[in-house]
Design a protein around this ligand. Structure first.
Ligand code: PNS
Length: 159
């Protein structure tokens, strides 16, 4: 059975992430979305909220699971019995960081490979940070995130 992990901060999940999730789930038997619980960053949403939001937008995809992790990504990948890490590539600007990440992970865990999916052109400009910035100034984020996620972001910004 082919198992992959799609890791990220997902603060919050965008339609660009969602597109990668749908396409990866289509080519793998099982996809585990790994939400990083990173204590050195101050995310807008707690890890529990991010997991919950991802579960709510992926609940209709039967071979997708959402879990949080902390520590090294490769440890989570090994514990999940996966052999593949999925990452999305938006533009050349992503490449240097992604290359470093995948090569480092491959040295630490040679049995794990990273597979890159190029982001759908529709979302090649999109990032969680941009969505948060627009929402902060009460701009319309409906083109960037699932309606349920937009509702939760607006609720968070109102508090
Ligand atoms: O959504 P992001 O913030 O681009 O995802 C980055 C992520 C989660 C893939 C990366 O920060 C990560 O793997 N963190 C876990 C710690 C780790 O394994 N670091 C060593 C990899 S070089």
């Amino acid at each position: 059975m082919s198992v992959a992990v799609y890791p990220g901060s997902f603060d919050p999940v965008t339609l660009g992430h969602y597109d990668i999730i749908e396409r990866s789930a289509d080519i793998m038997d099982k996809l585990i979305v790994g939400v990083l619980n990173n204590s050195s960053k101050t995310p807008l949403f707690s890890v529990e909220e991010r997991v919950d939001m991802l579960r709510s937008v992926t609940r209709h995809i039967p071979n997708v699971e959402v879990q949080s992790f902390d520590g090294l990504l490769v440890d989570f990948v090994r514990a999940s019995r996966a052999k593949v890490i999925i990452r999305g590539l938006r533009a050349i600007t992503d490449f240097e960081y992604e290359l470093q990440l995948s090569q480092t992970n491959h040295v630490i865990a040679p049995e794990v490979d990273t597979v890159f999916l190029t982001t759908n052109l529709k979302y090649s400009y999109l990032s969680s940070s941009i969505v948060k910035e627009i929402a902060q100034y009460h701009g319309d984020i409906s083109a960037f995130v699932h309606p349920e996620i937009a509702r939760r972001i607006e609720e968070k910004m109102a508090n």
